[in-house]
Write a protein that binds this ligand. Sequence first.
Ligand code: FES
Ligand SMILES: [Fe+2]
Length: 313
Amino acid sequence: MSQTWKFGPPLPPVELPETSHAPDWQQARPASIARALKRALERPHGNWYVVDASRRLGEAPRLFRVAGEDLVAWRAGGELLVAPDACPHMGASLSRSRVCEGKLVCPWHGLALGNEGHGAWGTYPVHEDGVLTWVRVGPEAPDTPRPVLPPRPSLFMEGVIRMEARCDPEDVIANRLDPWHGAHFHPYSFASLSVLDLDDHVLKVRVAKKLVGRLVVETDATFHSPEPRTIVMTIVEGEGRGSVVETHATPIEPGRTAVIEATLATSDREGFRHALKLNRFIRPFIERSARRLWVDDAAYAERLYALRKGASA
Ligand code: FES
Ligand SMILES: [Fe+2]
């Protein structure tokens, strides 16, 4: 008889919904997913978009396409700058510039461009939140002068992945608002997944995550969307309580989305503070695990997009 070994203290018993022993596809509530998605899409966002992990943005210029605009990002004296990629002289791509004293030097006719701008060309508002870099593309909204950030643990190890999917941001959020697909769609990661509580704003699940072989760790986690292009999983009970996974969906252009996912893992175990020094060695494992899930979840989101587009054609 097969046996699963649980790691960590047992969680308090909960009364699961009556349908919890039914197959996932019978438990699934597509109408609940649609309602939670609608609520998420109504939240203010202030035109802020996640670009990438801040540590991946250095002095060398990098090209990003965000909401249909080509942008160049580079650091000058440690400060991150983001501006239109097209040179204001004759349109050359500034991502091919060399950087001299913090300024981009256009590869075509050598115009030097920096923080002070040039005519209509100028830098965009940027926010670095300690892990991720955001850019505002579009007008400032009075109620969101900064990005809407979820609570984070005070001490954490982090890993950030960036992937692309052929869908819109709402398909990425809808994927995460569907807890019922987890155990079937990612059998290599989850032994079981049950919905504990569900409303239009917060979803609570109990997850048995596979570690090695038959060793699993059981946790309770909530999902909520602080703004329309972000969904956050927070471990609220069990091993790693307080850890969060922030999934951000940045539109590149219609039908193309960048998924930027930050895992911020914390622990109240003794010695975790010292273990933080090992973050750079542990990061590849965090990122490999997140990437593996997103290979499947991107296929799910792309399927949603294809269905929506097929339905509206
Ligand atoms: S196109 Fe950049 S300086 Fe001419
Ligand atoms: Fe998934």
